[in-house]
Design a protein around this ligand. Sequence first.
Ligand SMILES: NC(=O)c1ccc[n+]([C@@H]2O[C@H](COP(=O)([O-])OP(=O)(O)OC[C@H]3O[C@@H](n4cnc5c(N)ncnc54)[C@H](OP(=O)(O)O)[C@@H]3O)[C@@H](O)[C@H]2O)c1
Length: 238
Amino acid sequence: MEKHPQQVALITGANKGLGLEIARQLGQQGLTVVLGARQGKAAAPAAALRAEGLDAHDVELDVTSAQDIATLPTFFETQFGRLDVLVNNAGVQLDNGPDVSPDTLRQTYEANVIGPYAITQALLPLLRQAPAGRIVNQSSILGSLTAISQGQGGSWATPGYTSSKAALNMLTVVLAQHLADTPIKVNAAHPGWVKTDLGGDNAPLDVAEGAQTAVRLALLPADGPTGGYFHDTERLPW
Ligand SMILES: NC(=O)c1ccc[n+]([C@@H]2O[C@H](COP(=O)([O-])OP(=O)(O)OC[C@H]3O[C@@H](n4cnc5c(N)ncnc54)[C@H](OP(=O)(O)O)[C@@H]3O)[C@@H](O)[C@H]2O)c1
């Protein structure tokens, strides 16, 4: 098919919270946005974004489902003929204390590490064809070895979540190095502490502010950074 005239972005975990807002802001920047979510949950928010005048679509995507991931390349090829931006936003925090069971650790890694890796791997051929491919991994400052070893994070520094985000950070670095001779940029984002179901009501930032880091990294110009870890424009220590 003919290439879609506009840049196309996939945002995972886009039925609510930061993912939905990242989709909204990228749509407002003129991109076609595809909201990924599990259990059909992206259809209603995609319709809501269309009602706001944005070009929004939805795709069934449980990031832990090999079956869902396998459908993605054909979906983008047939619907749009392209994919320019991948925001690996979906994530879980399943542990809330100093101990985590192996099963919970495994579930955390499936969603926060293996899912983003597998989705990126599946979509990389399409991203390579894009003139300015961008991959954003929604990390957290809680994935920073520097921050956690300095005692930042407090009671949020649980072993499952922190180590999964640290692993996602390393995948970011390794992939950026692997793609260094291509136009593709790969960066990790820390959104700040944001009011969402995951962040809770006490967080200081609203989703509109929290989405900005990932949106900026999704729209980086050709001379922008790759292989970095950012909150807003601030470079964070790994
Ligand atoms: N809020 C913060 O302060 C903060 C800080 C640092 C980093 N982050 C990161 O930001 C990202 C978004 O979090 P949020 O704050 O917006 O939390 P949220 O409102 O709880 O949203 C999490 C999203 O991830 C989705 N998700 C979880 N597991 C999934 C799976 N297996 N397949 C597909 N989607 C899945 C959820 O879908 P369901 O509705 O189906 O569960 C939901 O859409 C996460 O990666 C999180 O770690 C958040």
